[in-house]
Design a protein around this ligand. Structure first.
Ligand code: AMP
Length: 230
């Protein structure tokens, strides 16, 4: 079956630790979509110690959002070219406030809402803390593990690419609370903005169950062009 996902934008909204990273990986691989993971792009800038990176770090270390004028520079550079090529894209970590949601609509070549699929991964604060405080991330392929429910087979090694696992520097108690409070301050206007097309998913479920629900919803709503291969 060939699924034509050109031009589609899959948006994942949710608190830190709600599973956006895990699900964006699964969605992009299953539907052959490009991935736009803004947090990873920001961390690359931070690691390279570029001017933008140094500035971003000062916000990330406090659990605050990076200012919109920097975010739009990254979006213009990395995301807009994908839209120009009419690629289907899964967006993780963007938009994160109303300004960014409007900016995304404005840069989208086809801004009709029927080309957007928006999922809200709903997770409570106690689960956010539990997940983030036990989270390990692969330094190479970005797979995530949990010291509680999904331990790596070999200590500190990724099961998939065998690279080193690390704890994210902003996955600590104080910063997590700030990140969650920023999330609470910004999420409602975005949910309102997408209210007509929003699909709410209970992110307390297993990652496989969450993906199953996203996949089922996408298969129903995407403009699926089915072509059975002989
Ligand atoms: P994430 O990996 O998505 O949890 O993002 C890590 C950090 O990067 C956030 O706490 C913010 O400081 C910054 N960040 C990521 N995405 C955005 C965004 N869309 N707008 C502003 N800051 C962002």
């Amino acid at each position: 079956m060939i699924i034509n996902t050109s031009g589609f934008k899959i948006i994942l909204l949710g608190a830190p630790g709600s599973g956006k990273g895990t699900q964006s990986k699964k969605i992009s691989s299953y539907f052959k979509l490009e991935k736009f993971v803004l947090g990873d792009l920001i961390r690359e800038q931070v690691d390279s110690k570029s001017n933008i990176g140094v500035l971003c770090k000062s916000y990330m270390d406090l659990g605050k959002l990076v200012p919109d004028n920097i975010i739009t520079q990254l979006v213009d550079f990395y995301l807009t070219p994908l839209f120009r090529l009419n690629k289907g894209v899964v967006l993780d970590g963007f938009p994160r406030n109303l300004f960014q949601a409007q900016y995304l609509r404005d840069i989208s070549i086809c801004s009709s809402l029927s080309f957007f699929n928006v999922f809200f991964l709903d997770l409570s604060l106690d689960r956010v803390e539990e997940r983030l405080l036990n989270r390990l991330i692969c330094t190479n392929c970005k797979s995530t593990f949990s010291l509680k429910i999904n331990k790596p087979k070999i200590k500190n090694k990724c099961d998939y690419c065998h690279s080193r696992l690390e704890v994210r520097s902003d996955d600590n108690d104080n910063i997590i609370r700030n990140r969650y409070s920023v999330y609470l301050d910004t999420i409602m206007p975005i949910l309102d903005f997408y209210s007509k097309i929003l699909v709410k998913i209970d992110a307390n479920q297993s990652e496989d169950m969450v993906f199953f629900q996203i996949k089922t919803s996408l298969l129903k709503t995407l403009h699926v062009k089915k072509k059975l291969l002989d």
